[in-house]
Design a protein around this ligand. Structure first.
Ligand code: KG4
Ligand code: ZN
Length: 362
């Protein structure tokens, strides 16, 4: 069966409301976005506390919680129209298309969102748009932002991905490079665990790092700055850094709060240096007009600050676009935005969860 293009979206003056559903990791999220840019609702439920208890995500626990949350979350997202109307009536009357994350992610979690979206699409006869979660992260930059200039370099840094793209227009994406092993978020999360912080510890690392002021010449933790050589120009690798942190931390006889802050600072500096360096390299190679940052790690203030100050030093300064902190980590808003700008509706019968879907688009 052929994909049905949502041509009418781009040919009509009518506002297009997309209901999006996102369940790729431990969040259960639903949102309604008008014309890919205006948030009408944004609801997120998470089983974060449960994972805190187990020291990480337990896929089975996440999927069971998502089964419980999915309907109330969708219902709440639709209350932006009429809090008392039956759910299906609200979709019929106000929603033009449904978008859902099909991958990459945890199979059990993805299935909850995908099957739910298929059911609503089948019953209401609305177009259904399958969405790649990693590509969608970038479209958080389109929310309330009418000033994006193309071509742009787009860096997506999340818990599972570190990818660079060339964006010639909102529709045209080319993958330029990515991590050969661990993602930047994983380096933050594994370090956080080692230093005694909880699940998804990127924010904890940022806070601990802010408590430390290094002496001139930097702190004396012996860590590598991975993949800055000419070969692998636009690829990343963070697994060696993770091992080095583990090794250096285990050398410490008496871990103190001060040492925790030193390590947090060191890992944050190295990860952000590498991300900034590669992004600049891509921006110069492809002679772009702007740079887009997205994904959970783009919430990191040091990364934002470093990238901004580096971009200002270029001969022709580039504009930097970063989503508001709340739209950096997982939510359904950017799923809707991606669906609007780049999505293709497909018959619901052919849509399925794709946990290992590639992010290397050409
Ligand atoms: O995009 P996201 O919510 O989920 C995935 O798709 O993976 O990203 C989660 C990642 C985690 O690794 C988390 O520790 C990291 O984003 N993160 C941060 C910050 N906030 C979230 N890393 C560094 N600094 C932050 N402020
Ligand atoms: Zn994500």
């Amino acid at each position: 069966m052929h994909a049905v293009r949502l041509i009418h979206i781009f040919q009509t003056e009518k506002i297009m409301n997309i209901l999006a559903i996102e369940t790729s990791c431990d969040e259960t999220a639903a949102a309604v976005v008008a014309d890919g840019t205006t948030i009408l609702s944004n609801v997120i439920a998470t089983s974060h506390e449960m994972h805190e208890k187990y020291g990480g995500i337990v896929p089975e626990v996440a999927a069971r919680a998502q089964l419980e949350y999915i309907n109330p979350v969708i219902r709440e997202a639709l209350q932006t129209f009429d809090a008392d109307a039956p759910l299906l009536d609200t979709i019929q009357k106000n929603i033009d298309a449904i978008a859902v994350t099909v991958g990459p992610g945890l199979i059990g979690s993805l299935l909850v969102g995908v099957e739910s979206a298929k059911t609503f699409a089948a019953i209401t006869n609305k177009p259904l748009i399958p969405v790649n979660h990693v590509l969608a992260h970038m479209y958080a930059n389109f929310i309330d932002n009418k000033h994006l200039e193309f071509p742009a370099i787009s860096l997506v840094v999340s818990g599972g991905h570190t990818e660079l793209y060339l964006m010639k227009s909102p529709k045209e994406l080319t993958w330029l490079g990515g991590t050969l092993d661990d993602a930047a978020g994983e380096a933050f999360d594994k370090t956080a665990r080692l230093l005694g912080f909880g699940h998804k510890g990127g924010v904890a690392i940022q806070e601990a790092a802010a408590k430390y002021t290094p002496p001139t010449g930097g702190p004396k933790v012996n860590l590598p700055k991975p993949m800055l050589g000419k070969e692998n120009a636009l690829n990343f690798s963070f697994s060696g850094l993770k091992t080095a942190i583990w090794r250096e931390w285990n050398k410490q006889k008496q871990p103190t709060e001060h040492l925790v802050n030193v390590f947090a600072y060191s890992v944050q500096e190295i990860v952000t240096d590498v991300l900034v360096e590669k992004t600049l390299r891509a921006a110069q190679t492809y002679d772009v007009k702007s740079v887009l940052l997205s994904g959970g790690v783009s919430a990191n203030l040091r990364l934002r600050e470093k990238l901004l100050s580096k971009l200002k030093t270029l001969n022709s300064p580039l504009s930097l676009h970063v989503p508001p902190i709340a739209l950096c980590t997982d939510n359904a808003v950017y799923i809707a935005s991606y669906a609007y700008f780049r999505g293709k509706a497909e018959p619901w019968q052919t849509i399925t969860a794709l946990p290992d879907i590639s992010v290397e688009v050409t």
